[in-house]
Ligand binder design. Sequence first.
Ligand SMILES: CC(C)(COP(=O)(O)OP(=O)(O)OC[C@H]1O[C@@H](n2cnc3c(N)ncnc32)[C@H](O)[C@@H]1OP(=O)(O)O)[C@@H](O)C(=O)NCCC(=O)NCCS
Ligand SMILES: [Zn+2]
Length: 243
Amino acid sequence: MTHCVPASGSRSSGSGIDPRLARVNTAPPTRIHPTAIVEEGVRLGKGTSVWDNVHIRRDAQIGDDCIIGGKSTIAYGVAIGNRVKINSYVYICHGVTIEDGVMISAAVVFTNDRFPRAATSDLSQLRSSDPDEHTLPTIVRCGATIGARATIGPGLEIGAFAMIGMGSVVTRSVEPFHLVVGNPARAVGAVCRCGEPIYRFGQADVPVQLAPPAAAPSPMITCSTCHAKYHIMDQAVHEVSSG
Ligand SMILES: CC(C)(COP(=O)(O)OP(=O)(O)OC[C@H]1O[C@@H](n2cnc3c(N)ncnc32)[C@H](O)[C@@H]1OP(=O)(O)O)[C@@H](O)C(=O)NCCC(=O)NCCS
Ligand SMILES: [Zn+2]
């Protein structure tokens, strides 16, 4: 019921074409700030804006109606879906896939190598930055939000519509609709697809609209903001209707 659409970045300005030309060919236009570096093979969807001093490395794919905030870096081969908002100073490394409607707040950092080294053991040669067996892919599912300055560990899945608190260090995958905070990040509750908190986990799991101590908590929760309905059992959140 989460209507996840795999990141495609497929509606693009065309492989092998300088994406700056998309300004001429698409409506609404793709906008690229003159200080941005967009490497060869990058595909940008229509209506996407790339702000100042952004660096998008070769073969990255970015869908329609996205915003890439100033000073952000997107590594080669990264796939980003449609209507993704990326704030300033974000670092997205190789191996990351971001589905539709994801929000990545300022200064978020992704990682893809658990035990990285710069050089060979004898320090005589720089190691290649190309992907190898140590490169761990990460996927951010549709509608998720990553709070400002969060760090995302390698090889993780951030579930659909999950929310990661500002400053979190995420070392484990995050379940759909979960709200996680802290270092290491732990699930503290659930949020609606609209972003409203709907449930707090803990000793007495209760919907946020019920003040504890309450009657036995109901596994059926209705968002007070958008009226989406959820079934929550053992911290597993299932969307019953989207409001
Ligand atoms: C995680 C978040 C959604 C929680 O919001 P909330 O439910 O209103 O939380 P509250 O402010 O009621 O705080 C509840 C508890 O969680 C703690 N807390 C809140 N955010 C936290 C965070 N990011 N990391 C660690 N603890 C956090 C509070 O200190 C409080 O603890 P306490 O009960 O011991 O005092 C919010 O704090 C957050 O980080 N939002 C993202 C902001 C952001 O990055 N925006 C970017 C675009 S501008
Ligand atoms: Zn809602």
